[in-house]
Design a protein around this ligand. Structure first.
Ligand code: GTP
Ligand code: MG
Length: 212
């Protein structure tokens, strides 16, 4: 029998981004920062603690790539990661209760500025916790996204917190509340890996790299 243990393997269920090289470009306070070379960008937005940084780590299979914390507000700047042919951008989260007024305004300027200024923004992955209907802050974000006119994919996070039946019921309810077709939504769990491969494929498609 041939010994196959040294052969690198590739499973269909692996997240597509896992096989791409990734480099941390930097953490920028200016949402208008010039990135060189200019490439299509995909941004992650969502309320603080919704799981943006965890999702980036799950998509790449790199546990320490983006900083994850149970303390809301950990991602304070525009964090840019370069992949072959595109950038993924981890934005700070909105709407955590203990944030000061000036922190909230600072956040708003940053994200608002980012969404309006990026000429190469190819898509926004908008994260919402599967367990909660859209908050006032989510609704404000939706307004901003509509005004910015960028294609969005609504992603419902922390699916592992619910059983399968509750997952379907909640994703229907959330899609309805957002006025979105369920086809434009995706359930994910960074903990169990559910939906991660599908989301990776959608991201590649949005950047024009569907074949990896
Ligand atoms: P900010 O940077 O503050 O905006 O937060 P974030 O959206 O980047 O969230 P982060 O990835 O830091 O995760 C927040 C908390 O949720 C951490 O305690 C994570 O371990 C937890 N978490 C993230 N994703 C999941 C998931 O899929 N399932 C479960 N059960 N917990 C998760
Ligand atoms: Mg974060």
């Amino acid at each position: 029998m041939t010994e196959h243990s040294d052969v690198p393997t590739f499973r269909p269920s692996d997240p597509p981004l896992k096989h791409l090289s990734v480099e941390f470009v930097g953490s920028f306070p200016d949402p208008g920062v010039q990135l060189t070379p200019p490439l299509p960008e995909i941004a992650f937005v969502g309320r603080s603690n919704v799981g943006k940084s965890s999702l980036l780590n799950a998509l790449t299979g790199l546990a320490g790539l983006a900083r994850v914390s149970s303390t809301p507000g950990k991602t304070a700047h525009v964090n840019v990661f370069r992949f072959p042919g595109f950038y993924l951008v981890d934005l700070p989260g909105y709407g955590f209760a203990r944030a000061s007024k000036s922190a909230r305004e600072g956040y708003r300027r940053l994200v608002d500025g980012y969404l309006r200024k990026r000429e190469r923004l190819a898509g926004v992955v908008w994260l919402l916790d599967i367990r909660h209907l859209p908050s006032k802050d989510d609704q404000a974000m939706q307004q901003l996204l509509i005004e910015a006119g960028t294609p969005i994919l609504a992603v419902f996070t922390k699916a592992d917190k619910l059983g399968r039946e509750a997952q379907s019921a909640q994703s229907r309810a959330l899609a309805r509340a957002l006025g979105l077709d369920q086809d434009h939504t995706q359930l994910v769990s960074s903990t169990s890996g559910q939906g991660i491969a599908e989301l990776g494929a959608s991201i590649l498609a949005a950047t024009g790299r569907e074949n990896g």
